[in-house]
Design a protein around this ligand. Structure first.
Ligand SMILES: [Zn+2]
Length: 337
């Protein structure tokens, strides 16, 4: 019953707001939901805290999509989202998602997901999927947003990428599923749009990052940059973001899983990162969590010169330049703990 009330409210709001608008409208579908088996739960042991934490794809998809929704609304878009929580009630089936999208009057459809190989191989890259053959989208414009999305997501250097980003038509990508079958959520969708697999959660260092909602919100922010580019609105954004990782100059203490490149270093836990303006005044502070990711960020910044410093670790302040509607990355390697 609750689900029908939710659907009715969503539909009624949509119809009311369709009248007389002149800004782009985006329809968001954070994938999965309800913390059940199709959420791809992945328990793992966190070595530094002696605690058990379970990753659910539905949680990181929601944090990403909610971050994106807020960014888009701040930039003047209208946004619809298929769920605001993570219960079985708001986990709509694919037909409901497609029907809501069709009735929403949206100009763009985005389904937000995170990837896994389904094999022992460990990889990390952004995969953009749209309906159609490679280079021949079923709905015009879907390949453009897919290209912009992979570019902006994989520009993020607070992670380690193992391969170049990819964009595919889903008929080409899932050839074995049958002629013009492709992804269910795109199958009956008439809107320009795509499904975004931001990164791979079965790559353990990435899963540690995705357990931090702010890392997911950074993905959402970068998705907003891709959407701005698609709608020709990149110059309208007023604020920028600084984000980074703090790692120690020593190997990871746990070596039971695969890690690549800088992910071989031990990420910092529970340190404070401070953002200073050019006169040295504190603008913001971020406490790094204890989930072995070393991630920090400062969103909603006015363009200009700043400095970033890791507290109490003798790191030289790093100068950074914030530009409107861009991400600035600033990673640290500090002495071993
Ligand atoms: Zn998924």
């Amino acid at each position: 019953m609750k689900r029908y009330i939710y659907l009715t409210i969503l539909l009624a709001t949509t119809v009311l707001l369709t009248m007389g608008r002149d800004v782009p409208r985006v329809f968001l579908n954070p994938g999965h939901g309800g913390h059940d088996s199709n959420d791809r739960p992945t328990p793992f042991y966190l070595w530094t805290v002696g605690d058990t934490v379970t990753y659910y794809e539905s949680d990181s998809n929601l944090a990403t999509a909610q971050g994106l929704k807020k960014n888009l609304e701040d930039k003047g878009y209208e946004v619809r989202i298929t769920r605001e929580g993570n219960t079985s009630d708001d986990d709509l089936d694919l037909y409901e998602v497609v029907a809501l999208a069709a009735n929403s009057g949206a100009d763009l459809f985005l389904s937000v997901h995170s990837n896994a190989t389904g094999t022992p191989a460990r990889l990390n890259y952004t995969l953009s999927l749209y309906r159609g053959w490679n280079g021949e989208p079923a709905v015009e414009g879907s390949d453009s947003i897919a290209r912009a999305m992979k570019k902006h997501l994989q520009a993020n250097t607070t992670t380690v990428w193992t391969h170049s980003p990819k964009d595919w038509g889903d008929w080409s990508f899932y050839k074995n599923w049958g002629y013009k079958t492709g992804l269910g959520v795109l199958r009956y969708n008439k809107l320009p749009g795509m499904l975004c697999e931001g990164s791979f959660f079965d790559y353990v260092p990435e899963r540690c990052r995705k357990l931090n909602d702010d890392f997911c919100r950074l993905e959402g922010w970068n998705q907003s940059l891709a959407i701005d580019e698609y709608f020709g609105r990149a110059k309208k954004g007023k604020t920028g973001v600084v984000a980074g990782l703090v790692r120690h100059q020593c190997e990871r203490t746990d070596t039971t899983y695969k890690a690549f490149d800088k992910d071989l270093l031990q990420p910092a836990n529970r340190l404070t990162v401070t953002l200073l303006d050019k006169r040295g005044r504190t603008v913001g502070q971020y406490r790094i969590d204890n989930l072995n990711n070393g991630f920090f960020w400062f969103p909603n910044l006015q363009p200009g010169q700043y400095q970033v410093v890791v507290q109490g670790r003798e790191s030289e302040p790093k100068p950074v330049t914030v530009r409107a509607n861009q991400s600035t990355y600033c990673n640290f390697e500090i002495p071993a703990p």
